[in-house]
Design a protein around this ligand. Structure first.
Ligand SMILES: [Zn+2]
Length: 256
């Protein structure tokens, strides 16, 4: 990765997107390191084509809303494609979702743990989706010794601190720019060494362009907002968040 540029650590692309244009607009806005996320079987398949063509890294896993995709051989399938694709640098997003509750809680936990076992086996970091499921997520993760990112973090200071105590990173996105969010107060209190940026695009567009479709270029808005909240320079925020990402994903410095 190139440390002079911002990084979008979590977003979604599919083959119908105009990927070249999206990445070009990002670079024009100072965002030029990319990690996409694929979390059902169809998008995993598509993303393998995308990483062959474009300068993006990838994390894969089965999302808790998608565990109907998870069959007996799925864990072996995931393991095989990870071993054959060095651009797959993590497992996620995986986790628990008791808000949508589209799938059975016990099934969610079983699939979550199988994927955490795989991360442990392959020594890969994980990206966690947790919605209305803090306690179960926290307790399950504590059984493992993994590098963890809590994707799309928007919880309380108490929850943030419990994750930080374990050394986890918090993925901060568009929600941090929303007018009535408590996340701004939380961000004031927590160290930059536990923060990385993500757009989760095409979802969760930041202020002041919430009506637009989200894109990685908007990491720039999310970063500027954090600079204001914490009263730190953009250079400092870029330097520290990129160091966090390099540590988490074992990425080498490159200059492009
Ligand atoms: Zn996502």
């Amino acid at each position: 990765m190139n440390s002079n540029y911002l990084t979008d650590t979590h977003f979604h692309l599919d083959l119908n997107d105009n990927i070249e244009e999206i990445l070009k607009r990002a670079k024009e806005n100072g965002v030029n390191n990319f990690i996409i996320s694929a979390c059902d079987l169809k998008s995993i398949k598509e993303s393998l084509e995308i990483i062959n063509k474009y300068p993006v890294y990838l994390t894969i896993g089965i999302h808790p809303d998608e565990i109907n995709d998870f069959q007996d051989d799925t864990i072996n399938y995931l393991e095989n494609i990870i071993k054959n694709n060095p651009k797959i640098i993590g497992i996620g997003e995986i986790g628990l979702d008791y808000y949508h509750n589209q799938t059975n809680k016990e099934d969610q936990k079983r699939v979550f743990k199988l994927q955490l076992d795989l991360a442990q086996k392959l020594n890969l970091p994980v990206v966690i989706h947790s919605r209305d499921a803090y306690l179960d997520t926290y307790n399950i993760l504590k059984e493992y010794n993994l590098k963890v990112t809590i994707h799309c973090f928007s919880g309380s200071l108490e929850v943030a601190n419990s994750y930080i105590k374990e050394g986890y990173l918090l993925g901060i996105g568009g929600v941090s720019t929303f007018k009535n969010t408590n996340l701004k107060n939380v961000l004031k209190e927590i160290p930059l060494s536990n923060i990385i940026f993500e757009t989760d695009s095409p979802y969760l567009t930041p202020e002041p362009i919430r009506k637009e479709i989200n894109e990685p270029k908007n990491i720039s808005l999310i970063c500027d907002n954090l600079c204001l909240i914490k009263n730190i320079s953009r250079e400092e925020v870029i330097r520290i968040t990129n160091n966090n990402i390099k540590r988490q994903y074992n990425l080498e410095e490159i200059n492009n």
